[in-house]
Design a protein. Structure first.
Ligand code: COA
Length: 182
């Protein structure tokens, strides 16, 4: 099955709570009033507790993405997500039980072996509860399931603790040209 087909046919995963045959159980200690994410990895599916639900290719409106970006002090153009989405292998949303979007990451794709992690974001009110790490973990799982061999990311040096230590990326040399600056 071609990677695109695999990606399309992958089950939509909105899972929570009780699941059979957990393979890995990750438990973290709460440091604030917001519970940390408790995750159970079952094959390709990532289950979280009732507090936060992760979903691959779950619905997310342009307005919600803009709100999440702006909650982090960023600026976003109306229509940005509607423009980006057709070029995405998939994305992961994290929502509270009442549906608020508190986390997001997008996975762009070259149509073959390479996928690119973009726009990882957690709402400031929910940061440092493990959501970012679980968003990336779900992206890794689904990029692998789509047949990709490599997942790339770039980031500011201060985020090394997040991407390298928490998410498991390896540091590598990479190049970049700002095409609007040359
Ligand atoms: C980076 C970001 C997505 C992390 O989300 P998160 O949900 O808070 O991440 P986690 O709770 O899974 O963090 C796990 C660990 O990664 C590290 N980490 C998380 N955020 C970090 C940050 N901003 N700077 C440095 N290390 C960070 C910490 O070691 C953290 O463990 P701790 O909570 O015990 O301190 C979030 O800070 C964010 O949305 N930032 C603004 C947008 C941004 O810069 N995105 C990255 C684009 S490349």
């Amino acid at each position: 099955m071609r990677p695109a087909e695999r990606a399309r046919r992958g089950p939509r995963q909105r899972v929570s709570g009780r699941l059979a045959r957990p393979v890995t159980l990750e438990v973290r200690v709460a440091r604030s009033s917001i519970p940390r994410v408790f995750a159970v990895l079952i094959g390709d599916a990532l289950a979280v507790t009732d507090e936060i639900s992760l979903e691959w290719r779950g619905p997310a409106t342009d307005d919600e993405i803009i709100d999440l970006v702006e909650s982090n002090g960023g600026s976003s153009t109306v229509g940005w997500w509607d423009q980006i989405r057709p070029y995405s292998l998939g994305w992961v949303t994290a929502r509270t039980p009442d549906g608020m979007l508190v986390g997001f990451v997008n996975v762009a794709w070259d149509g073959g072996d390479h996928a690119f992690l973009l726009d990882t974001k957690t709402r400031p009110s929910h940061q440092h509860t493990g959501i970012g790490t679980e968003l990336v973990r779900a992206a890794v799982t689904h990029a692998r399931a789509a047949g990709c061999e490599w997942l790339h990311v770039d980031y500011q040096p201060e985020l090394a603790a997040f991407y390298l230590d928490a998410c498991g990326f390896e540091s590598t040399e990479a190049g970049l040209i700002n095409l609007r600056a040359v």
